[in-house]
Ligand binder design. Sequence first.
Ligand SMILES: [Zn+2]
Length: 168
Amino acid sequence: MSNSQSAAVLDRRGFLSAASLFALGAPTLAAAAADPYAASPFRKLGDAEWRKRLPDASYLVLRHEDTERPGSSPLLKEHRKGSFACLGCDLALFTSDTKYESGTGWPSFFRAVPGALATKVDFKIGVPRKEYHCARCLGHQGHLFDDGPKPTGLRYCNNGLALKFIPA
Ligand SMILES: [Zn+2]
């Protein structure tokens, strides 16, 4: 059930933020509702395979929802133009023009690349939080909050260990 709920959240956000794309004849909501990455080879990798592919700390974040120590990510100081991709599968999740200084100690973004993330609710700290993960490999990235800057008001609070920066 949580999968269909996350898809609904993602579709609504994708539709709102990509209204102009839809006006230009991009795929319909119905088409977007189908999981475009369902057949991805990344979905077939088992836990042991992920452990081999990833550095230990990144493996724990991406595959077991660990959280890196705040202030520890080199990406906090990354200000070049480019994109931030999932370390698990290279899918571009954020672009540099949506990164901002949140003061939290984690790389923060106010908008994701449309269709790149899916969400679910977790209760790891006892209260509901909106967890988000890579839409392709399902690797955990961070949590989504509604105290971000304009124009979205969103804060994607991301683990730097789950990302790789690709300069433009
Ligand atoms: Zn991924």
